[in-house]
Design a protein around this ligand. Structure first.
Ligand code: GDP
Length: 140
């Protein structure tokens, strides 16, 4: 399988509970390498651009409010089949439906405050990485 890069966010509900290291431990145990990482406060503009695909959804305003409510940690993860692998490691969007041992099963609070984001395809991974990182900030 090819080495891929995917984009990850540790969301405000997780940073608020001081879980950055706990989430990173699950990521690394799964064999993914954190090749870029920074803690930022997302602006509303950044959050609206990032989640533009969900603009028409009833929870869009709530989602932007949440993603700008506190610090997030944006990351680039690298590894074999990283995109699908990280989706598996995160677990289902709704933590009550997530598999045992996944980040969302272990740490998420609700379907909205679900601790992590991970890209869903190669095209979106490239776009999301480029929104938050310059090429020279990613060191594999
Ligand atoms: P993901 O790819 O598993 O993150 O899920 P989606 O792309 O479907 O949704 C993006 C994000 O929107 C989720 O991770 C949640 O933070 C949020 N979200 C999705 N569904 C709901 C919902 O029904 N209510 C709220 N408040 N937020 C939601």
């Amino acid at each position: 399988m090819a080495i891929e890069r995917t984009f990850s966010i540790i969301k405000p509900d997780a940073t608020a509970r001081n879980l950055t290291g706990a989430v990173n431990a699950i990521i690394e145990k799964a064999g993914l390498r954190i090749v870029a990482q920074k803690r930022i406060l997302m602006t509303r503009g950044q959050a609206e651009t990032f989640y533009a695909v969900h603009k028409a959804r009833p929870f869009f305003g709530e989602l932007v409010d949440f993603m700008t409510s506190g610090p997030v940690v944006v990351q680039v993860l690298e590894g074999e089949g990283a995109i699908l692998k990280y989706r598996d490691v995160m677990g289902a969007t709704d933590p009550s439906k997530a598999a045992e041992g996944t980040i969302r099963k272990v740490h998420a609070k609700s379907i909205g405050e679900n601790s992590v984001h991970g890209s869903d395809a190669a095209e979106t991974a490239a776009i999301e990485i480029a929104q938050f990182f310059a090429g020279n900030e990613i060191v594999g």
